[in-house]
Design a protein around this ligand. Structure first.
Ligand SMILES: Nc1ncnc2c1ncn2[C@@H]1O[C@H](COP(=O)(O)OP(=O)(O)OP(=O)(O)O)[C@@H](O)[C@H]1O
Ligand SMILES: [Mg+2]
Length: 254
């Protein structure tokens, strides 16, 4: 086989400005990427925008919601002007609610105390939801899991947590879906410690709120992306109606 014929296939992120940081092309097809950010930095917006842009070009997707419930997600996407509801009605995005049973505190606690059950339920949900999206059923090309926060709370030990995340990655890899795992960042410092599970992923994108009393800055960086040359610098980004935009021509010195 000639080397030219094994060129990496890519999937467009759908975020204006981001593909420029990813070798000009987007995510390597079939890759698993952590989108890491603090509260309110735009992780959910990123995931929904990624799925909408796929739906537009016939790359169907699955959104698995582990923390917020689907009504809240649909409200959020409508406020941003993202057509998640429309695409889900057309069968181009499959919305799966795996959020904990919040109205009942006893049930919610039971859920937190049964990590193995919730992990195996999640793995089963991923496998079945990605097999077929829409009518007629077509395999999903894009998957978003929003977010790993509760699952990580259920597996507080490093070793168990790493195994749980490995279970998710091992489940999505053979499906050949390009997957985003949304994950929390506990602090916004530039010298953040890597979580063990991040070593398992192909990519890590970091969204930081660098707001100070003097400035309001959000920075976006590609910390890692296996298989493609990428820009590692910090770039500003903005959330507005329509979603996220990364300003790939501007650099933040931090
Ligand atoms: N229509 C809008 N215009 C501008 N900004 C918006 C709009 N809707 C939401 N936002 C901004 O988007 C941010 C929330 O984004 P999002 O929910 O995607 O973040 P997140 O990282 O998923 O948050 P969480 O940690 O709570 O899950 C809010 O901080 C808000 O400022
Ligand atoms: Mg969110």
């Amino acid at each position: 086989m000639e080397l030219d014929s094994v060129e990496q296939k890519t999937i467009r992120s759908g975020i204006p400005g981001l593909d420029e940081l990813l070798g000009g092309k987007g995510f390597p097809e079939g890759s698993v990427t952590f989108i890491v950010g603090g509260p309110g930095t735009g992780k959910t917006t990123f995931g929904l925008q990624y799925l909408c842009s796929g739906a537009e070009v016939g790359e169907f997707g699955v959104y698995i919601c582990l923390d917020e419930n689907l009504n809240s997600i649909l409200g959020h996407s409508a406020a941003l002007g993202l057509n998640v509801y429309g695409y889900s009605k057309e069968g181009k995005i499959s919305l799966v609610d795996s959020s904990p049973p919040s109205p009942n505190a006893a049930k919610a606690l039971k859920f937190l105390r049964s990590p193995q059950t919730s992990l195996s339920t999640l793995l089963h949900t991923i496998s079945s939801a990605t097999k077929g999206v829409g009518y007629p059923l077509r395999p999903a090309k894009r998957v978003v899991i929003d977010s790993l926060a509760t699952l990580i709370l259920q597996f507080p030990g490093d070793a168990e947590r790493r195994l749980a995340i490995k279970g998710i990655i091992d489940t999505v890899r053979p499906l050949k879906c390009t997957t985003l795992l949304l994950s929390e960042l506990s602090h916004s410092s530039s010298d953040r410690a890597y979580a063990f599970e991040e070593y398992l992923a192909d990519g890590i994108l970091l969204m930081r709120d660098l707001t100070t009393p003097q400035t309001s800055d959000h920075s976006f960086s590609v910390e890692k992306m296996r298989g493609i040359p990428h820009d590692k610098r910090l770039h500003p980004y903005r959330i507005a109606r329509g979603g996220l935009t990364v300003f790939s021509n501007e650099i933040i010195d931090y």
